[in-house]
Design a protein around this ligand. Structure first.
Ligand code: AHR
Length: 628
């Protein structure tokens, strides 16, 4: 294929073309990105999830029970755990399994718990092996506990050695003889390892770094279905995710487990700041997953709530909600340019839901946000391809979970619309020929041919970068211990050694690591080589991104690439990603097998100024020249 790239005539890009959606699915938040080690730390009884002692076990014959005391720790956290024992029992207490284990290293852990009850003595907090009982670290915490009020105890714990695996538990004990009434009540028992960028209540370092290292520049929050909630009364309420942990009631996660909301709106904003991510904020649009729809005359409070949220994020510190943010330690407004009304309103509410969205829900939010915040771009939760005739200057959102073939078929989808979109969720999830949402047709992990299919569609999006703000992979993180959605960019368990970057991570990393500021037109047809060309004006480089999908008889594709103005001898780096012999091969967290091969080559432009290289079938490549 001979590609001749012009030096003028393309489009400026958004420069934040690659990112991800985060919602708490497959324990991607609690037990995942959110670094808290204690599972079920506050017995959060939230509708659909009655309080339970899940993850807790008695130590040395203590008796554990859940209570709602007359004096609550807070109205948000109503249940507490009573730990009772005979005064002669010695050291008694409880253990916690964590999120299916705990990573124990010689580092500083920060712990806290609240107690009510008269107790003279000290508490012992320790980290131990489940297999051998070996204690890796423990510390004594002097009691300040009384029966008249809840008292918080804080401490630091530094293990003296690294645990050989993550099959470890947290144990807290006290001397039964010192507990005057024969029992003590506990709540909000928390333990954090060091966090990403040292943030209090922060993120798990290896997972944040695995995300950061694919160079994302776009973050869509807070869902996904998490935004919608199961019913109108159990939606993700951003106001309940702010401030001290004892004031966060939690949320009945739509993916079947209770959610602490320790990873709340402020934590998302800090993440966006730490990784320099452009935010796409989705606001609740009056549709829940069970099909509940807020009628027109009752929608205004939800619109007001969305306006409050925008003010909380981006308002000056002297505004009502900006001052709340300032009181939480962030006086400077966060940048916010994109607000999306709802999530997939074309799906959850059926035809009626989608109709009400177009008739009054989207227009009412759209108008209110634009009047108050004219600089903000308002996005629909659907696309023109879902049938939304989006009023100008509104933007669309396209979600695609597809087969590799259909991603390739959609290569030119966005050539056909003048309306600007984001690709709010994208992934190859089905094998070619498969289509169902459940069952055997869904793949277990991102797989190589799917990854190449994604690369083809991403190239299609970049070619239309004047109308595509950027693309988000979804979902981003999946616990190997409890999950609902298999095909996910990064897989993890309690043991960081299991953290696995999928095949898709490699292409997203490659494309996001070579951002164009402008596309440049090129002369050649597509299929089996799909490509986009452009430049990074800030760096003074020229860039080619390409993918070969299903070449004739699986043959290599020779490429001759000439950028107008690039002289003979100019150097370039070509990065080529190739996959396994089995196109459905994947990176396996359990065996550690990585099927993606990365090859780097240094090329010099020939006498005619062109770069010559060859791409195998099912490969992805980026070439970037030296600055000129
Ligand atoms: O990414 C998983 C789910 O897929 C999202 O929550 C939802 O928006 C989509 O249907």
């Amino acid at each position: 294929v001979k590609i001749k790239v012009e030096s003028h005539g393309g489009n400026a890009t958004s420069t934040h073309q690659y990112g991800f959606l985060h919602e708490d699915i497959s324990n991607s938040g609690d037990g995942g990105l959110y670094a808290e080690l204690i599972r079920n730390r506050a017995f959060q009884n939230i509708e659909f999830h009655p309080a339970s002692l899940d993850a807790w076990s008695p130590v040395n014959g203590a008796s554990l029970s859940l209570n709602v005391l007359d004096q609550l720790l807070s109205s948000a956290l109503q249940y507490s755990m009573n730990v009772a024992a005979d005064s002669s029992a010695g050291q008694v207490g409880f253990s916690n399994d964590g999120y299916w284990g705990m990573n124990v290293k010689k580092q500083t852990y920060t712990g806290s718990f609240w107690v009510k009850g008269d107790y003279e003595g000290s508490f012992t907090a320790s980290l131990q092996s489940n297999l051998t009982g070996e204690v890796f670290g423990s510390t004594e915490v002097e009691s300040k506990a009384t029966s008249s009020e809840w008292t918080e105890h804080t401490y630091q714990l530094v293990p003296t050695k690294d645990a050989p695996n993550a099959n470890n538990t947290f144990i807290l004990t006290f001397d039964a003889a010192g507990a005057k009434a024969g029992s003590l009540d506990f709540n909000l028992i928390s333990l954090f390892p060091p966090t990403y960028r040292g943030r209090k209540n922060g993120l798990r370092i290896d997972l944040a770094e695995a995300i950061e290292s694919f160079h994302p520049t776009l973050l869509r929050i807070p869902g996904g279905n998490m935004l919608e909630g199961l019913t109108n009364t159990t939606r993700w309420d951003w106001k309940e995710t702010l401030g001290p942990l004892k004031d966060r009631p939690g949320y009945p996660n739509v993916w079947g487990y209770p959610q602490t909301n320790g990873l709340g709106l402020m934590e998302y904003l800090e993440l966006s700041e730490d990784m320099n991510l452009e935010i796409v904020l989705a606001v609740y649009s009056g549709l829940a997953l069970n099909g509940d729809i807020v009628p027109k005359e009752k929608l205004q409070p939800f619109i007001d709530d969305a306006l409050d949220e925008v003010e909380f994020i981006s308002g000056a510190a002297d505004t009502k909600w900006g001052s709340v943010r300032a009181a939480l330690g962030h006086p400077a407004p966060f940048k916010l340019q994109f607000v999306q009304v709802g999530n997939e309103d074309w799906l959850a509410g059926g035809e009626v839901g989608w109709q009400t969205y177009q008739d009054y829900r989207f227009p009412m939010f759209f108008e209110a946000i634009r009047v108050r915040y004219p600089h903000i771009h308002v996005l629909s939760s659907g696309s023109v391809f879902d049938g939304h005739n989006i009023p100008a200057p509104g933007l669309g959102d396209y979600h695609v979970y597809a087969t590799p073939n259909s991603l390739v078929d959609q290569f030119d989808l966005f050539d056909q619309t003048p309306v600007t979109h984001i690709i709010g969720e994208a992934a190859a999830v089905h094998p070619n020929g498969g289509a169902g949402w459940d069952g055997p047709e869904l793949m277990a992990y991102p797989f190589w041919i799917g990854t190449v299919g994604e690369a083809v569609s991403m190239i299609g999006y970049e070619r239309n970068t004047d109308r595509i703000i950027g693309s988000c992979y979804a979902p981003i993180l999946r616990s190997l211990d409890r999950w609902q959605w298999a095909v996910t960019m990064i897989h993890f368990a309690a043991d960081p050694a299991k953290t696995t970057k999928s095949t898709s991570w490699y292409t997203w990393e490659l494309f996001a690591g070579h951002l164009m500021t402008h596309t440049l037109p090129a002369s050649a047809s597509y299929d089996p080589l799909y490509y986009v060309t452009g430049k990074n004006q800030d760096k003074g480089t020229f860039i080619f991104k390409g993918a070969v999908y299903n070449s004739t008889a699986g043959a290599d594709v020779p490429v001759s690439l000439k950028f107008d103005g690039v002289k003979a001898g100019t150097q370039a780096e070509l990065t080529l990603l190739t996959g396994p012999a089995d196109p459905y091969g994947y990176n396996d967290p359990f065996t550690g097998v990585n099927v993606v091969k990365t090859t780097k080559q240094h090329l010099a432009a020939g006498k005619d100024g062109s770069f010559k290289f060859s791409m195998p079938n099912l490969s992805v490549a980026v070439l970037e020249t030296e600055p000129s």
